[in-house]
Design a protein around this ligand. Structure first.
Ligand SMILES: NC(=O)c1ccc[n+]([C@@H]2O[C@H](COP(=O)([O-])OP(=O)(O)OC[C@H]3O[C@@H](n4cnc5c(N)ncnc54)[C@H](O)[C@@H]3O)[C@@H](O)[C@H]2O)c1
Length: 465
């Protein structure tokens, strides 16, 4: 059967899904620990999009189409959301936690990403979204403090309070399902300690207030306990601990992370694969950013910056493979800086200087100056991840969802597997999995084999003719 025919059939299957098991119907709670710049930009934008007041640009789930045109070049490929059956924007109910008491409208105004003119028609709906009290520990985020925090004796009490919040929110809002997307601050770097080694050790650590258990881990634990998928938009350590991976698998809950791939790293993972493809050498890649929002303030603390730095540095090695190409990349200097510079607010500016060399070793330079809006790039990723995590859950997936690597700066690999950073390779992983989720009959030898992927799919296209 041709690809288009299979996709058509999967649209029918998806409709059957709606009518038979009812699991894709009903409201979906989207719960965000952290209602700051990213969280409020996402919520306000999603509400605006469903009212037709703005376009969800940057969102693959809303605008993207399945890449199936090669065997029918003139046909309009179907939209992803029509093929795989995603929750509709109208079915989303937004909630979250923050250490500040500001409602979502006030927080969006303070974040200063979206203009007050844009927010005005949304004001009433945004004001109704009030943050639940947060689980917060100043040892993990040192540069901010706020009044809207839970009091608890043990970290286990905190986790149980979060489970109760999730259940109460779902009941009060008539939600059939929920997803959690961490949009809170970057925490200080945490090593994997014995307390993270197994679920048993972790639960003992929660009861004993172990210092190495961070708020992000407590939120992740609570979501899994409530049977709710959890996405980590920050570089914070959470589900990349054996304990929480074990728990997610045991409870049958999908998760993905870490750290949204938005500005500079997005550019890196677009450019670097091209440089590598041309067999050009790189002697240095110097990246610097100025950022003036609250995220920038938090990252001004060396502990939080180290977490971010680890996340950003991992990217180039996996694309250039200096172990395989020592002549081209064996002596590459990679440096990343972020400077807090309040006048810029959320309008981040990134500079990259790339020292490359070509034929006979002659040096050249590439300069990239990206004047981006951090949260404008991040918001559509939060939407996509919420909808795709819900899809994964409905399709019975659990544990680490590596096919969502496309969205992350520091994607989590499965044990013994390499991390894929190159954006187009990540896109192929994503589409392969979408096809598998859309139509269980799509048989693949190895899901990430580029030979069977949609936009390089010579083998399958041949067999379709
Ligand atoms: N903006 C981007 O493009 C981008 C890209 C990748 C990753 N991120 C990450 O996303 C996260 C959010 O970024 P942002 O720009 O919205 O930052 P922000 O500072 O505007 O918002 C974070 C919010 O989290 C709250 N918070 C902190 N600890 C909390 C806790 N324990 N529980 C509940 N709330 C808590 C803070 O009060 C704040 O309101 C950061 O970790 C950032 O590094 C952002």
């Amino acid at each position: 059967m041709g690809i288009n025919a299979r996709l058509e059939r999967s649209i029918v299957n998806r409709q059957a899904d709606y009518s038979t098991n009812g699991k894709t119907g009903g409201k979906l709670a989207v719960l965000l620990p952290g209602l700051g710049a990213v969280g409020t930009t996402f919520i306000a934008g999603a509400i605006a999009a469903r009212r037709g007041l703005g376009a969800p640009i940057g969102s693959l789930t809303q605008l993207g189409r399945m890449p199936v045109s090669a065997d029918a070049p003139d046909a309009m490929p179907p939209r992803i959301k029509d093929v795989v059956g995603l929750a509709e924007l109208d079915d989303l109910v937004f909630g979250g936690w923050d250490i500040f008491e500001d409602n979502c409208y006030e927080a969006a105004c303070n974040a200063g990403v979206l203009t007050r003119d844009f927010l005005a028609p949304l004001q009433e709906e945004l004001e109704a979204i009030r943050p639940m009290k947060a689980v917060f520990d100043p040892a993990f985020v040192r540069n901010i403090t706020g009044p809207n925090v839970k009091k608890y004796k043990t970290k286990m009490d905190a986790a149980e309070a979060l489970v109760a919040d999730i259940e109460r929110f779902m009941a009060q809002n008539g939600c059939a399902r929920a997803v959690g997307v961490w949009c809170g601050s970057t925490e200080v770097f945490v090593d994997v300690e014995p307390v993270h080694a197994s679920l048993k050790a972790f639960e003992a650590g929660l009861r004993g207030n172990d210092d190495a258990i961070s708020p992000t881990m407590i939120y992740a634990y609570a979501h899994i306990k409530a049977g709710v998928p959890f996405i980590n938009s920050a570089p914070n350590r959470a589900l990349n601990t054996p304990a929480l991976v074990e728990m997610a698998e045991q409870y049958g809950v999908p998760f993905a992370g870490h750290d949204l791939k938005t500005g500079q790293t997005l550019m890196k993972t677009i450019l670097a694969p091209g440089i590598a493809s041309r067999q050009l050498g790189v002697s240095g890649w110097y990246s610097t950013n100025i950022l003036g929002n609250r995220d920038g303030l938090v990252l001004d603390d060396p502990g939080s910056f180290k977490t971010k730095e680890e996340s950003k540095l991992s990217v180039l090695d996996s694309i250039f493979r200096p172990d395989q190409n020592p002549q081209l990349y064996g002596d590459m200097h990679h440096k990343v800086r972020i400077d807090y510079y309040p006048p810029r607010g959320d309008a981040k500016e990134g500079w990259d200087n790339i020292d490359i060399f070509g034929w006979m070793g002659y040096p050249m330079q590439i300069k990239v100056n990206f004047l981006c809006r951090d949260s404008i790039l991040a918001a559509p990723l939060v939407l996509d991840l919420a909808l795709l995590a819900d899809l994964a859950q409905r399709k019975g997936q659990s544990g680490n969802q590596t096919w969502l690597s496309y969205y992350f700066k520091s994607p989590q690999a499965d044990p013994g597997e390499g991390v894929v950073h190159a954006l187009m390779a990540q896109e192929r992983m994503l589409f392969t999995q979408l096809r598998i989720l859309a139509d269980a009959d799509v048989s693949v030898d190895h899901p990430w084999d580029p030979a069977i992927l949609p936009n390089t799919d010579s083998r399958e296209l041949r067999s379709d003719r």
